[in-house]
Write a protein that binds this ligand. Structure first.
Ligand SMILES: *[C@@H]1O[C@H](CO)[C@@H](O)[C@H](O)[C@H]1NC(C)=O
Ligand SMILES: *[C@@H]1O[C@H](CO)[C@@H](O)[C@H](O)[C@H]1NC(C)=O
Length: 117
């Protein structure tokens, strides 16, 4: 009896986790942060842009489905970048080019993310 109960609870939890990850259709700030964390070293210290960082940029670009996604990503990156000591915004804006791609917006503390198309 007890074993059945545990199995039931476990399968309910698995179900909840799956539902949770399936319902995340919109781009979340936590996901963006995970993708872009490998880029922080270059943004602060310079040197070379790592391939992990470029992969994060590609994933982010591929995830944009709408203007809302781009505006949300802009706001997310801007808010989180503001907490990174020593971040160099000129270097931040060089990263997409160094990865051979583009970012739909330029990131500065003054960027108006509501105006991103
Ligand atoms: C950048 O990468 C190149 C080639 O991999 C390497 O020769 C160079 O030393 C690296 N520069 C820095 C600053 O790490
Ligand atoms: C930001 O852009 C939006 C949309 O273009 C505009 O309505 C708003 O006034 C702008 N905000 C600032 C602070 O410039």
């Amino acid at each position: 009896m007890a074993v059945t109960k545990v199995a039931l609870v476990a399968s309910m939890m698995a179900c909840m986790l799956l539902t949770c990850s399936y319902s995340k259709s919109t781009l979340t700030c936590d996901q963006i942060t995970i993708w872009l964390t490998p880029c922080i070293a270059y943004a602060v210290l310079g040197g070379n842009v790592s391939s992990l960082c470029c992969q994060g940029i590609y994933s982010l670009n591929a995830a944009y489905k709408s203007g809302d996604d781009r505006r949300g990503a802009c706001q997310c990156i801007k808010d989180r970048a503001a907490y990174i000591p020593g971040i160099d915004y000129d270097r931040v804006n060089q990263i997409p080019g160094k990865c051979g791609t583009k970012c739909p917006f330029k990131l500065y503390p003054s960027t108006n993310c509501s105006a991103v198309k």
